[in-house]
Design a binder for this molecule. Structure first.
Ligand code: CTP
Length: 416
């Protein structure tokens, strides 16, 4: 059987922290999976681990110098282009700050600034440094730009203290690298076309949480996986992608701008803030239809309830898809393409019937209908693509990456 990462190249960027010695194990595990590993070390990294260790493990020349006279061409450009993924292991607070501000005065940062491949960082630092607002700001900036994060985790750090800042274990970092490379590989060949270049695609994903009091909410079981897969596929096809995400635990796909929201009203405002520049809006979020009329400012106590349980009064949330559909006019033809989802619990025939009704009622161009038992929380999905003014209803089933690419095929066809 072929090794899982055979034919793939990982640029392993090692920056100067004590956890640099664990990057050797990352290199070893990646080699074991069949990847070609190109080590790039900062000057500070070499103070922690010798380059010879990395060349011994990987069988490749270790690069340190932006001005390497032995290479014909620009080394950072060559490395950036060859990488299927660049992993920064460990990522120190300083290297993250330098990445966030777009510095490029050494080989690691210049390669990172030059690449179009996914970048994954494994932060490692003292918990105080991880908690510092400057690092938090840099982390958010990097996440917004689509940088993938593994860790840090809670545990002992070099100083002997304990807290959030310890680098994730090498096996966990390697699993994340493998997952991201394979997820991209799973996309069909057609997704390599950059047929959404110049288009702004806004995707909503995940559930909304509607607060009952400071510690409780009304929510639903949406995992966000479908919306995240669509955002990733659209970015790969050249779109400028804004992903508006509810509370989910998923890494931002590479190259995707992410906005986090919690409630349906925040989602409504975030969608409308983008609307004037949106070419395609894909509402994959499972928006809560109702919210408690008022969220209590203090935790609701059992002892405050005379007859044992409070009664929650619910009010309707705005229907975002319907509002966007209704706001499209000849003067304001934005978004050009409006795609809704419909999550239902019936059999195939009733799912299609509901979707036909929704596509008309919500004035959208396409409804992607799916059954809760075949989609919620799963990596695969089975969907019915119900378009306005078309009798035929294609059914697509498979990994959410493949389903995403079929949905985008319809979007591209409609745009052209
Ligand atoms: N949606 C929305 N705003 C809401 C509820 C839903 O924008 N308040 C969007 C969802 O993101 C999805 C589509 O509308 O794209 C369909 O959601 P669904 O809950 O299936 O439809 P409803 O119209 O709420 O119908 P029902 O719950 O009665 O099936």
């Amino acid at each position: 059987m072929e090794a899982p990462l055979a034919g793939k190249t990982v640029v392993l960027a090692v920056t100067g922290g004590i956890a640099a010695y664990k990057a050797v194990e990352v290199a070893r595990l990646l080699k074991k999976l069949g990847a070609r590993v190109l080590p790039v070390l900062t000057k500070n990294a070499t103070k922690f681990v010798g380059p010879v260790t990395f060349s011994g493990i990987t069988g490749e020349a270790v690069r340190e110098d932006l001005w390497d006279a032995g290479v014909s061409g620009e080394l950072h450009v060559l490395l950036a282009a060859e990488a299927d993924l660049i992993a920064v292991v460990p990522a120190t607070a300083d290297s993250m700050a330098r990445m966030a501000s777009g510095r490029c005065d050494d080989l690691v940062t210049a390669t990172l600034l030059c690449t179009q491949s996914p970048v994954l960082v494994a932060p490692a630092m003292h918990p105080q440094m991880w908690r510092h607002p400057a690092t938090e700001h840099n982390t958010n900036l990097l996440r917004d730009r689509g940088t993938l994060f593994v860790g840090p985790v809670d545990g002992p750090v070099a100083s002997g203290e304990s807290g959030l800042g310890r680098m994730a274990e090498p096996s966990e970092i390697v699993s994340a690298i493998q997952r991201h490379i394979q997820a991209r590989q799973a996309l069909p060949a057609s997704a390599d076309q950059r047929d959404l270049l110049g288009k702004h695609v806004v995707v909503t994903a995940g559930p909304t949480h509607e607060p009952i009091d400071p510690v409780r909410f009304l929510g639903n079981l949406s995992s966000g996986k479908m919306g995240f897969a669509i955002a990733e596929a659209a970015a790969r096809r050249g779109a400028t992608v804004t992903l508006i995400a509810g509370p989910v635990h998923l890494a931002t796909p590479a190259g995707v701008r992410r906005r986090d929201i919690v409630t349906a009203r925040e989602l409504h405002d975030a969608v409308f803030a983008e609307r004037d520049t949106t070419d395609v809006l894909i509402m994959a979020a499972a928006v809560a239809d109702f919210r408690p009329r008022e969220a209590a400012t203090q935790k609701i106590k059992k002892s405050d309830q005379d007859d044992g349980a409070p009664v929650l009064e619910l009010v309707r949330n705005p229907d975002i898809l319907t509002s966007v559909g209704a706001s499209r006019t000849a003067d304001q033809p934005r978004p050009t393409m409006l795609v809704g989802f419909a999550l239902e619990t019936g059999d195939d025939a009733s799912v299609i019937a509901y979707a036909r009704d929704k596509v008309r009622r919500k004035k959208c161009d396409l409804i992607v209908a799916n059954r809760a038992d075949q989609s919620l929380g799963k990596d695969d999905n089975r969907v019915f693509l119900v378009a306005d003014r078309r009798d035929e209803v294609p059914i697509v089933s498979g990994p959410k990456s493949l389903v995403s690419s079929r949905i985008l095929d319809i979007v591209v066809a409609a745009l052209s």
